[in-house]
Design a protein around this ligand. Structure first.
Ligand code: NAD
Ligand code: IPM
Ligand code: MN
Length: 352
């Protein structure tokens, strides 16, 4: 039995997680999917109520008692500094050392992409975002805060070990999937220390994978190429902040944030899975949010736990919903979050 911790979080995170859970529970009726889901109320409501974001011992509990973690989204306008989200979301990423943020960009149907004349073959790559350092370490401070002379310093941190392991992870993924190209993106023309380290490590690591063609793009050029000619990419590896930005662009290429899935992975410990989108407060609780990104994220999680056939069933059912236009309004459909979830839950158990 695999144990999964479910943290729906805030806003539409709650709406889409309900549907992902519905799909997993439906699949369990087929027999064979031995997973046990346990829900946690960590998020803005609880934080505002009792001041607790991640309860004491929460991280150790996740590490020791669970095989995977599913997160909906965190973020609430009533907590503008994102304190609770930093504790929970970044707390899990950093605390469990989940160094590989894996974000597939896969066009399911050509009718979904905003790019003219692009097909499923053109938009099919995976972004590996470094997930434990870079600009996200929160190192810095203020001097003379609130005055006209204010100084703010925000550091970016890159370690040899951190850069190497994400680049190796990306190359290993390429090798395992018989892919031929890995593109590393940075801004080493300006960031002469941190991103220069990426340059040197990438060069060294790529030498260990002679069958794979390494390439490099500065991140500004990368964003242009992702729009102009996305078919050139198979694997992209980049730092934490750039990975955040280019995966929203990647989400747009595949039809929007409502479709994009991600995994925060360290092969040695309990990994965490979450849709790429946030809590979209204006849609919260209104049966509007697209649950497909969360549902595809649950497929990624099940595959990670060794339930490949079940993951494939989810992906097939998502394709059915798109082919049959059983989608939410962001995909030009006329259905609600729950109705799309119901459709997937029925289709995952249908005979094929
Ligand atoms: P967002 O992803 O929540 O929403 C941006 C826009 O994308 C929405 O207004 C909506 O038009 C669209 N969208 C996103 N998800 C959708 C879905 N499932 N279905 C339909 N449309 C969808 O980003 P934001 O507005 O910048 O951030 C809102 C809050 O979420 C903030 O507090 C932010 O910090 C947080 N956030 C959390 C996560 C996370 O938990 N992983 C990720 C991103 C943002
Ligand atoms: C994401 C989000 C997070 C990030 C925020 C909410 C901290 O945008 O998962 O992409 O920047 O990593
Ligand atoms: Mn993001």
């Amino acid at each position: 039995m695999k144990r999964i911790a479910v943290i729906a979080g805030d806003g539409i995170g709650i709406d889409v997680t309900r549907e992902a859970v519905k799909v997993i529970e439906a699949l369990k009726k087929l027999g064979g999917l031995e997973v046990d889901l346990k829900e946690f109320d960590w998020g803005a409501e609880r934080f505002l109520r009792d001041g607790i974001s991640m309860p004491p011992g929460g991280l150790d509990m996740l590490r020791n008692e669970f095989d995977a973690i599913f997160v909906g989204a965190l973020g609430d306008p009533r907590i503008p500094d994102m304190r609770h989200a930093a504790d929970i979301l970044l707390g899990i990423r950093f605390g469990l050392d989940l160094y590989a943020n894996v974000r597939p960009v896969k066009l399911i149907s050509r009718k979904l992409t905003p790019l003219k004349d692009r097909t499923e073959q053109d938009i099919h790559f995976t972004v590996f975002r470094e997930n434990t350092e870079g600009a996200y370490v929160g190192m810095g401070g203020n001097f003379k805060k609130g005055t006209a002379d204010e100084v703010a310093i925000q550091e970016e941190l890159h370690t040899r070990k951190g850069v190497e392991r994400i680049i190796v992870y990306a190359f290993e993924f390429a090798r395992k999937n018989r892919l031929k190209k890995v593109c590393m993106s940075d801004k080493s023309n300006v960031m002469r220390y941190g991103h220069d380290l990426w340059q040197r490590v990438f060069k060294e690591v790529s030498g260990r994978y002679p069958e794979i063609e390494p390439s490099h793009l500065y991140v500004d050029a990368l964003t242009m190429q992702m729009v102009k000619n996305p078919g050139q990419f198979e694997v992209i590896v980049t730092n934490n902040m750039f990975g955040d930005i280019v995966t929203d662009l990647g989400a747009a290429l595949q039809g929007g944030l409502g479709l994009a899935a991600s995994g925060n992975i360290n092969p040695e410990v309990t990994s965490m899975f979450e849709p790429v989108h946030g809590s979209a407060p204006k849609y919260a609780g209104k049966n509007i949010a697209n649950p497909l990104g969360a549902i595809l994220t649950s497929a990624m999680m099940l595959a990670h736990l060794g339930f490949e056939p079940e993951a494939k069933r989810i992906e097939d059912a998502v394709k059915d919903s798109i082919d049959q236009n059983v989608t939410t309004t962001d995909l030009k459909g006329k259905y609600g979050t729950r109705e799309v979830g119901d459709f997937i839950a029925q289709h995952v158990i249908a005979a094929r």
